[in-house]
Write a protein that binds this ligand. Structure first.
Ligand SMILES: [Fe+2]
Ligand SMILES: [Fe+2]
Length: 168
């Protein structure tokens, strides 16, 4: 099975669609950074706040990967890549919480522009690389090694965990 043949609710299709939404948020985040001056206007603060919330709302995406997909891949001997992705989830989660905290401080009038200037490129770079590795290596490999029975189990567990608030 290859990615083009996936039906709309296939777990990998859902996760790849979510990646696209996350990437759009990262592009908007980068753009916001270029507009971030000494006295950010309320629109920019709102945008930053909703981007930070959207990025945190991807938690169910990572949970589906960690609890539904990765255990099946580990059974097939792919535990190395899975544990690498899990480690990256931990780092990314921490950076996303830092972003949210900085946005809250910015809204309350604190001068945290320099800290945001350091954090945002780091978060954007790491998250883009993570998504790239999953889209181009881990997900295609999953489609190659897992059989229909495994996908049925993954689908059932993904449905139990649920979608991200930004997906639908
Ligand atoms: Fe991931
Ligand atoms: Fe992912």
């Amino acid at each position: 099975m290859n990615i083009e043949q996936l039906w709309p609710d296939h777990p990998i299709r859902v996760m790849m669609d979510e990646h696209q939404i996350i990437l759009q948020n990262l592009a908007a985040l980068e753009q916001s950074l270029t507009k971030l001056n000494e006295k950010p206007d309320p629109d920019l603060l709102n945008t930053l706040d909703s981007i930070a919330s959207n990025l945190l709302a991807a938690e169910k995406h990572h949970q589906r990967e960690e609890e539904a997909l990765f255990p099946e891949l580990e059974e097939m001997g792919l535990d190395g890549p899975c544990s690498m992705m899990c480690d990256e989830h931990i780092t990314l989660r921490e950076l996303k919480h830092q972003l949210k905290a900085l946005v809250v401080q910015l809204i309350s009038g604190a001068a945290v522009q320099d800290q945001m200037g350091r954090l945002i490129p780091d978060l954007v770079g790491r998250l883009r690389e993570h998504i790239e590795r999953e889209d181009t290596i881990l997900y295609p490999e999953s489609l190659e090694v897992l059989d229909d029975a495994a996908w049925e189990r993954i689908t059932a567990q993904c449905e139990q965990i649920g979608r991200c608030s930004f997906s639908r």
